[in-house]
Ligand binder design. Structure first.
Ligand code: BES
Ligand code: ZN
Ligand code: ZN
Length: 508
């Protein structure tokens, strides 16, 4: 798909479908903005026409005009975005997704997306255009590697135009700059993460995850310091090894490093951070076997988000940073030597864990990865994991649970999530629950009471943290959708990539 920005009166845009976001504020005031030349060309009151069909510019509403000859586009689709004051990046991405779905349904090859008539102060035209593109790219995503192509299959949108009203120019950018660069990079990274997650478990093994990471490193100039199984054994990553012990697919620890090009060799960056993602390529539960393992190939979605962020950040290339991308990856499976309840294991961080439940494996591999990250002089660690069903019970399937002992870090992550249109809610690290993972036979056990499971999982991770700034994102809900809704398609969502990239880009 080709995408470009065009600055022209909307009435002259030639496309199969022209999509215009309309806020309720503008609709009720009949502020035409980008629609003005269209209203003029149509020769009747478009607003009245839409109002008759119940369109008011509210979120989720749409109004379609077909068979148009008065303007360059055959069809005009108005999409409601709600109150203009609160126009968010999420609403603009939603416009992109909806437009892409309509285009697919009706097999339109040429689509145009207009910017809303007026943007709130915090949104520049450049950023808004980027959100429209990101939404559209998200909406066109398909995981079709394994479906036999049909001869009459829709080949997808060929041309996407993002329309700025009249002579408007985008920020400071000159005509030759690709003002959509960041959005293109981000969209590709989200697609990468979704692909990694959607692959079946027989394909996306820990070894394959490490190969995918190596490819990202090679193609985008990141240093690859990943450790293979033998190196994990040699260095005592016993928790990762325990989780992977019951599978022929051997575990690994993926480690990619980004260092800003402006830093001289040995120069200290302004910030050194680690992004850590759970990479369980399939979670059977182990001997504490799951009775429903339907979507457990997605248990590496945290790792996939970290690899997606690695690819995007390598291309966006922020200055003064060193970023460690770390993914402990293993298959939680069963054989005669698989780890078992009552095993006691000394982790890489030199604390012992009594295993009470082999299905609480995510916190185990993360503990080793957090301990490893801390060897690299990082001041901040953010981990992402499809860690607990409890987080889904608490917040539902669209919202990640954020845990952090650092106010600033929590605020920055919530802000990044908001900018990225990803839902996130902060949850408390309740001190009195910490003792519930004490055990007389080891430094801690890997299971708390049934209640507040997402919190005790977070408290377990906190026991391994020594850096001043740490945050944990339980993404068990939003990482994967069991059915399609208005924004997410069934399957992997790529949740976290956009938030991580935004978070890192606003760090320094
Ligand atoms: N991978 C699961 C968590 C999960 C559940 C992810 C639903 C996505 C959707 C994790 O390893 C797990 O099994 N957690 C257990 C922990 C329990 C045994 C303490 C859970 O949440 O039931
Ligand atoms: Zn599990
Ligand atoms: Zn798991």
């Amino acid at each position: 798909m080709q995408s470009r920005i065009v600055s022209a009166p909307a009435s002259t845009i030639e496309a199969d479908l022209l999509v215009v976001p309309v806020s309720s504020t503008h609709f009720s005031a009949k502020t035409s903005g980008i629609l003005a030349p269209i209203v003029e060309a149509l020769g009747y009151d478009l607003f009245d026409e839409a109002a008759v069909e119940g369109f008011e510019g509210k979120k989720g509403q749409s109004f379609l005009l077909r068979g148009l000859t008065q303007i360059g586009s055959r069809r005009l689709l108005l999409l409601g975005v709600g109150d203009n004051e609160n126009l968010s990046s999420g609403a603009l991405r939603q416009v992109g997704v909806t437009a892409a779905r309509r285009a697919r349904k009706f097999r339109f090859e040429n689509v145009a997306l207009a910017l809303p008539a007026e943007l709130p102060e915090k949104l520049s035209a450049q950023i808004a255009a980027g959100h429209l593109l990101e939404g559209f790219e998200r909406g066109t995503y398909r995981f079709d590697r394994y479906t036999t192509p049909r001869d009459d299959a829709f080949q997808g949108v060929v041309n996407l135009q993002i329309v700025l009203p009249g002579e408007q120019v985008i920020g400071e950018a000159s005509a030759n700059d690709d003002v959509l660069y960041k959005s293109r990079v981000l969209s590709k990274a989200i697609t990468l993460a979704r692909n990694l997650v959607n692959e079946p478990p027989a394909v996306m093994t820990p070894e394959q995850m490490a190969i995918s990471a190596a490819t990202i490193a090679r193609e985008h100039g990141l240093e690859n310091r990943s450790l293979n199984h033998a190196q994990l054994v040699e260095r005592g990553f016993n928790l990762i090894l325990a989780v992977g012990q019951g599978s022929d697919n051997l575990p690994a620890l993926i480690h990619l490093v980004y260092r800003s090009a402006n830093l001289a060799a040995g120069e200290k960056p302004a910030r050194r951070i680690a992004l850590v993602g759970k990479g369980i390529t399939f979670d059977t539960g182990g001997y504490s076997i799951k009775n429903n393992m339907q979507i457990m190939h997605s248990d590496m979605a945290g790792g996939a988000a970290v690899l997606g962020a690695a690819q995007a950040l390598a291309q966006i290339a922020p200055a003064n940073l060193e970023i460690h991308f770390i993914v402990p990856t293993a298959e939680n499976s069963i054989n005669g030597v698989a780890f078992k309840p009552q095993d006691i294991i000394r982790g890489y961080g030199n604390k012992t864990v009594e295993i009470l439940n082999t299905d609480a494996e995510g916190r185990l591999v993360l503990a080793d990865a957090i301990a490893y990250a801390q060897e690299h002089d990082v001041d901040t660690i953010v981990d992402l994991a499809t860690l607990t069903g409890s987080a889904v019970m608490a917040l539902g399937d669209h919202t990640a649970a954020l845990f952090s002992s650092c106010e600033t870090l929590a605020e920055n992550l919530l802000a990044a999530a908001k900018n990225s249109g990803e839902d996130m809610w902060r949850m408390p690290l309740i001190e009195r629950l910490d003792k519930t993972i004490d055990t007389p036979v080891a430094d801690m056990k890997n299971l708390g009471p049934r209640e507040a499971g997402a919190i005790t999982a977070a408290l377990f991770l906190r026991r391994w943290v020594t850096v001043p700034h740490w945050a944990h994102l339980d993404i068990a809900g939003p990482a994967y959708m069991s059915s399609t809704d208005d924004f997410y398609a069934q399957g992997a969502t790529g949740y976290g990539v956009a938030t991580l990239v935004d978070f890192v880009c606003t760090l320094v």
